[in-house]
Write a protein that binds this ligand. Structure first.
Ligand SMILES: *Cc1c(COP(=O)(O)O)cnc(C)c1O
Length: 402
């Protein structure tokens, strides 16, 4: 659909030009479906970038929002907030961690984790600490989060960056061990279990347990960014739970936690959480009754419907459907993923593909220029899995058949 059809082209916006936006306005959603202002229907295979995992306009979430909005939205963290305490309890149950700090976004959860690492360092008498981070990582857009990210595009023009990061190739355990050996100031490692923006790249088998062992050896914290992989996306509550016995010190959560209502959380083991004492960290909005009520309802629905198992089953179905249709297709380099976090790596950049998908009634994303990223709502059904695979396969075949 052209921009002139929607009238959007004639209406320039006063927003900062920080995004390339498709000339479509989505005005309504229902489950895995989205509708534009012309009444056209799209199947959502992106979930607002891993956010709306329970689909759009979920009746129970809408009811929880309406009820809480007409009861109490905000008090500030000067009093006890029962919804916040209940959400912390639920998050600790599903993660096996001990404490939660509730924030408003992923980047804020990362800031909290990085502040924990700094406190951990200073408690050990290390004055110039460093955090081990990975190439091609993404941790958000605040200054510390973009400094931690392995992405020069999001850092360009924002120097001086925040100090204290040591970068190693993602997935390379020997390089991580060497960095620890070379630099006694490394007090933590921060990695994504599956790199999202970095191209849907799962950590190789043995990488996370190996990092855990290296962190233990050097009294460093293992901090996992589960902002994209968490909340059932990969077939477990958190992606680290695919590794039997692995216990991180800190994880960051956001995206799907509020199904679209802004919220983030930093979860930590008891002794680590204790590093942030009274007055050392805070947020005005974070943990308000509205956002926490929604987070609680998200976890409740996911538990009742065993959404982690659903994501695992449908993810296997989606991977199989894509492989059946695309294996051996020219231009297809790799098809990979875990649960409903799936990437199709192509031989060339495909900037036009998400627009072609939109025209075909499917919402997808392309990351790193050449990786189709599929993050459908976890409530899709088998027919919709096949519909996603059919459309994606047709688009890829059309692109590389010339
Ligand atoms: C999206 C994302 C972030 C940043 O979250 P925001 O809510 O946009 O600040 C951080 N880490 C990962 C892995 C993400 O996918």
């Amino acid at each position: 659909m052209s921009a002139s059809e929607t009238g959007l082209a004639e209406r320039p916006s006063r927003l900062f030009d920080t995004y390339v936006r498709m000339p479509v306005a989505l005005v309504r959603g229902e489950g895995p479906w989205l509708f534009d202002d012309q009444g056209r229907r799209y199947l959502d295979a992106l979930s607002g970038i891993a956010v709306c995992s329970l689909g759009h306009a979920h009746p129970r979430l809408a009811a929880a929002i309406a009820d809480q909005a007409s009861t109490l939205v905000h008090t500030a963290n000067i009093v006890r907030i029962p919804q916040q305490e209940a959400l912390a309890e639920a998050l600790c149950e599903i993660s096996d961690l001990d404490r939660a700090f509730i924030a408003n976004s992923g980047a804020e959860a990362i800031e909290c984790a990085l502040k924990l690492a700094r406190r951990h360092a200073h408690a050990r008498g290390i004055e110039a600490p460093a955090v081990l981070v990975a190439s091609d990582s993404f941790h958000g857009r605040t200054l510390a989060a973009l400094s931690a990210s392995g992405n020069s595009a999001i850092q360009a023009g924002f120097g001086p960056l925040v100090d204290g990061f040591v970068r190693v190739p993602f997935g390379d355990l020997a390089a991580a061990r060497q960095a620890f050996a070379d630099n006694p100031n490394i007090v933590a490692a921060l990695v994504e279990p599956i790199q999202g923006e970095g191209g849907v790249r799962p950590a190789p088998v043995g990488y996370l347990p190996g990092l855990r062992a290296a962190c233990d050896q050097h009294q460093a914290l293992l901090m996992l960014d589960e902002i994209q992989t968490g909340m059932a996306r990969t077939g477990r509550w958190f992606a680290f739970q695919h590794e039997p016995g692995l216990v991180p010190d800190v994880i960051t959560v956001a995206k799907a936690l509020g199904n679209g209502v802004p919220i983030g959380a930093c979860l930590a083991r008891e002794s680590v959480a204790g590093l942030l004492s009274v007055g050392s960290h805070g947020t005005t909005f974070g943990g308000n009754p509205l956002a926490c009520r929604v987070g609680l309802e998200v976890i409740k629905i996911m538990r009742e419907q065993d959404i982690p198992a659903q994501a695992e089953r449908l993810g296997l179905a989606l991977l199989a459907a894509l492989k059946t249709r695309l294996d051996g297709t020219p231009g297809v380099v790799d098809i990979r993923g875990r649960g409903l976090m799936v990437g199709i790596e192509l031989a060339e950049p495909v900037p036009e593909l998400k627009d072609r998908a939109m025209a075909a009634g499917l919402i997808i994303n392309v990351t790193r220029g050449n990786v189709i990223r599929l993050l459908p709502p976890l409530i899709i059904d088998d027919e919709q899995v096949n519909q996603i695979a059919d459309t994606v396969a047709q688009l890829v075949q059309a692109r590389f058949s010339a």
